[in-house]
Structure formats: structure tokens, C-alpha cells
Design a protein around this ligand. Structure first.
Ligand code: HEM
Length: 427
């Protein structure tokens, strides 16, 4: 939240620095005294958890890149070399692979939190849209990273996904094929493809880091939303970020890291596919090509639609539509806590997405296909019809007068509306 700076440099050198590059002032104002709503629950700790995992991915990735060889005849073996010969190489690789999964788990919780509490609504639209860009960049990065192993699943996933662009042939004959061959750097997935995937996989995490800085900047202008969705009105509605939320975030992060370490040390390949331990073979297609778990709902949407071009459009629309949530949701009330009807539709949307994820791993035939189509239909129905209509028709329940009222109850010493009105502690 934009607030007057309370930073006081406490040494001559700090003063000298502050006049030239007030970075300590910025850290003090934005990370220490930053006024944060006092009622944030544990779902608000996932932004910090995500920042931590971005750092984990960057550090482990940079060290892995020192040993990895981006060549079609050496890539797979270089990964095995990392696993067997490089000191702590197995730990680096397992942290990087499982770190990607933890990153996605955290981002899905972070997005769902935003959808439940209406954090995308004014004045946080830019913050939300930056989030959607981050999400897209994360998807591209993890897809490219997975391909680098150059195992059977990597190779065939690249083949399937790059081939999606060939659907453009249905609009202009030859256009899709030209784009696919341009992406491949040849007439099939091969060494030039691997090289460009490697180059972009190294680049994109830094783009994500830049987007995250903008994301946090866009957060600190209006300040955090909170579980009531009510704006900060009183001084007593907020507490300083440090030590209250540094401690809460630190505790949540520690618990999440235990889960992460559980995977790394006890089930490092549980979330992966065994076929990726077979070197890429362009002459043999695996019986089932499945993406990593975090792509499964979108894969189910793609396969639910019989027409390739429409399937690809639906795939991109399923993510792109999220950017329009601030305008698709017509409700005046932000938090689903006070939205008795939307609450249930939101739960249905989450269940729908989980079922799509389950179906993404199954062969699209029989009742799996039918259910996939029903769930795909609901996914779009929810975003395009339910969200605008429920917002207009639903009658919200009674809301507390302020954040303080919500925490301390009406009539509490600091939350009493009468007192607030008599001597307004307005910010
Ligand atoms: C690398 C990925 C990401 C990082 C590191 C990140 C980081 C953060 C941080 C540190 C916060 C403040 C703490 C919190 O509210 O949890 C935050 C808030 C927020 N993020 Fe993200 N984020 C990421 C991805 C996303 C995505 C994909 C979306 C949505 C599509 C999103 C939407 C939001 C929103 C709406 C808020 C404001 C929440 C509120 O004030 O209630 N973020 N993010």
C-alpha cells in the first residue's frame, strides 16, 4: 500500500546510500512496516512459498545446466551422468523436477485463493493479469524443461504439442505446417529443436522473475485483499508485515518444504512417468503419451473436442479466459464468504478441474470421453455464464463493517463502529 516512508538511516554510510540509491528504504517500507490486513489466513502464505520455489528452480537449474549437454545424442546420457557421477547431482535433479511440481501445486492454490476471495477485482486487475502471464510463462518453462531429458515422454510430448500448431492448416493451407517446421528447425523434432528448447528454458525463468517483481509492485499499490474482501478503512485493520507475516509465511513455508522433501527423498519419481527413463526413440511411439500431472486438466480439454483446431482454441481459451475474470465476474461483493450461491459454483468448478485432471491421464474413450466433454462444457459454462449471471442475481449475506470488526467482533474496543465514527482512525 502506498504509505509515507518511516525509514530512518541509522549510520552515516546508510544516509549516504539512502540519498543515492534508497534500496534499504524500499526494503524497510515494502517488506518490514508494509501495512498488511490483520486477518490474512494461511492461503495468503502461498505467494511467499511461490517466491521461494522460484529461487529453488533458478539455483538448482543453473547448476544442472553446468553439467547438462543439449545435444540429441548426449542429452539423455548427460542427465544419467548428473544422477550417477556429479556430486549431489541426484539431489539437484530431484529438487528441480519435484520443485516444478511444488511450484504448480502452490500456484494452483494461489489462483484458487484469488478466485474465492475475488482478489482479481478492482483495483487489482493488473496484478491478476500479470499473474496469468506468469502462469503461462511457468507452463512454457516447465514444458521445455521436461523436454530436455530427451526420454520417450519428453520427445513425444514435444512432438504432440508442437504439432498442435499444424491445426492452423485448417485456416490457411500450409501455414500450420510451416510454423511447426520453423519451431522444429527442420522436418522433424531433432537437435535444432532441443537447442532452442534449452535456450528458452534458461531464459524464461528470468522473464518470470521480472514479471514477479511487477506482480509484487502491482500488489503493493492497492495493498492486499483479505478474506472479507472489505477494503482497509481503519488503522487497526492492518499490522506491519514484519514480524507478523514474516513468521506466518516462514511457518507455512517450512511445512510446505517438508512435503517437498518428502517427495525428493522418499518418492522422487512418484510424480514423473517411468517411460522418461527410456532414451528418446523417434521410431517408437509410447502406448500412452501423457503430460506431467499439472497439465492434465488442459490435456483433457484438448482431447474432449473432436476437431483439432477447436480443441487447440479451447486449450488456449481455458487459460486465456482467466485474464478476463475481473470483467466476467459481475458481483459487487469480492469475497465468496458472503456469496451464498457463488460459493457452491466455485466448489463445483474446483471439483470439475480435478476430474478433468483425472481424465487427462486416461485414454479418451467410452465414459471417460463423455465425462471429459461434460466437464469441459462446465469449465467454460462456469467462466462465461455462471460467473456473470450469479453476480447479477445472487443476494449477498450480511458483511462486517470493517476488517477489525471481522476479527474482534462488533463492539470490540478497536472495532466499535461508534468509536471509529467519533474519532476516525482513518488511514
Ligand atoms: C511465480 C509465480 C507467482 C509468484 C512468485 C507470486 C507471488 C505473489 C506474492 C508474494 C503475493 C503476495 C502474497 C499473497 O497474497 O500470497 C501475491 C499475491 C497475488 N497473486 Fe501472485 N504470484 C505468482 C503467481 C500468480 C498467479 C499465476 C496469479 C493469478 C493468475 C496470481 C495472482 C495474485 C493475486 C490476485 C494476488 C493478490 C492477492 C491478495 O491481495 O489477496 N499470482 N503473489
Amino acid at each position: 500500500m502506498a504509505h509515507a516512508s518511516s525509514y530512518k538511516p541509522n549510520s552515516a554510510i546508510a544516509k549516504w546510500f539512502d540519498v543515492r540509491l534508497p534500496v534499504m528504504r524500499m526494503m524497510h517500507d515494502q517488506l518490514q512496516v508494509y501495512p498488511t490486513p490483520r486477518n490474512l489466513n494461511y492461503l495468503w502464505t502461498f505467494g511467499g512459498i511461490l517466491t521461494f520455489f522460484l529461487a529453488v528452480q533458478l539455483i538448482t537449474g543453473i547448476v544442472l545446466a553446468m553439467h547438462y549437454v543439449p545435444h540429441e545424442s548426449m542429452a539423455f546420457d548427460s542427465v544419467e551422468h548428473i544422477m550417477r557421477d556429479v556430486n549431489w547431482g541426484w539431489l539437484l535433479r530431484y529438487m528441480h523436477a519435484n520443485g516444478a511440481s511444488m511450484f504448480f501445486l502452490a500456484v494452483y492454490i494461489h489462483i484458487a485463493r484469488g478466485m474465492y476471495y475475488g482478489s482479481y477485482k478492482a483495483p487489482r486487475e493488473i496484478l491478476w493479469i500479470l499473474g496469468v502471464f506468469i502462469f503461462l510463462a511457468m507452463m512454457a518453462t516447465s514444458f521445455m524443461g521436461y523436454s530436455l531429458v530427451w526420454g520417450q515422454m519428453s520427445f513425444w510430448a514435444v512432438t504432440v504439442i508442437t504439432n498442435l500448431f499444424s491445426s492452423l492448416d485448417a485456416i490457411i493451407s500450409g501455414l500450420g505446417t510451416a510454423i511447426v517446421q520453423w519451431i522444429w528447425g527442420g522436418f522433424a523434432v531433432g537437435n535444432p529443436t532441443l537447442n532452442r528448447l534449452y535456450s528458452l528454458h534458461y531464459l524464461l525463468p528470468f522473464v518470470i522473475a521480472g514479471l514477479v517483481l511487477l506482480h509484487i509492485w502491482a500488489l503493493h499499490v492497492p495493498g492486499n485483499n483479505n478474506p472479507t474482501g472489505i477494503d482497509v478503512k481503519l488503522k487497526s485493520d492492518t499490522i506491519p508485515f514484519h514480524p507478523y507475516y514474516t513468521l506466518k509465511d516462514g511457518f507455512a513455508l517450512s511445512v510446505f518444504v517438508i512435503l517437498f522433501m518428502g517427495f525428493v527423498f522418499y518418492a522422487p519419481n512418484y510424480l514423473g512417468h517411468p517411460d522418461n527413463y527410456i532414451a528418446a526413440n523417434p521410431l517408437q511411439t509410447p502406448p500412452h503419451i501423457v503430460p506431467e500431472w499439472y497439465f492434465l486438466p488442459y490435456y483433457a480439454i484438448l482431447r474432449a473436442i473432436p476437431d483439432k483446431l477447436i480443441g487447440v482454441i479451447a486449450l488456449f481459451a481455458s487459460i486465456g479466459l482467466l485474464a478476463f475474470l475481473p470483467w466476467l465476474d459481475t458481483s459487487k461483493v469480492k469475497s465468496a464468504r458472503y456469496r451464498p450461491v457463488y460459493k457452491w459454483f466455485f466448489a463445483l468448478f474446483v471439483i470439475d478441474t480435478i476430474i478433468l485432471g483425472y481424465l487427462g491421464a486416461k485414454t479418451p474413450e467410452g465414459w471417460y470421453l463423455l465425462l471429459g466433454r461434460i466437464c469441459t462444457a462446465y469449465y467454460f459454462l462456469h467462466l462465461l455464464v455462471v460467473l456473470p449471471l450469479v453476480g447479477l442475481l445472487e443476494k449477498p449475506t450480511a458483511m462486517p463493517g470493517s476488517i477489525t470488526d471481522d476479527v474482534l467482533g462488533k463492539g470490540s474496543p478497536t472495532g466499535r463502529p461508534a468509536r471509529a465514527a467519533a474519532s476516525p482512525e482513518r488511514r
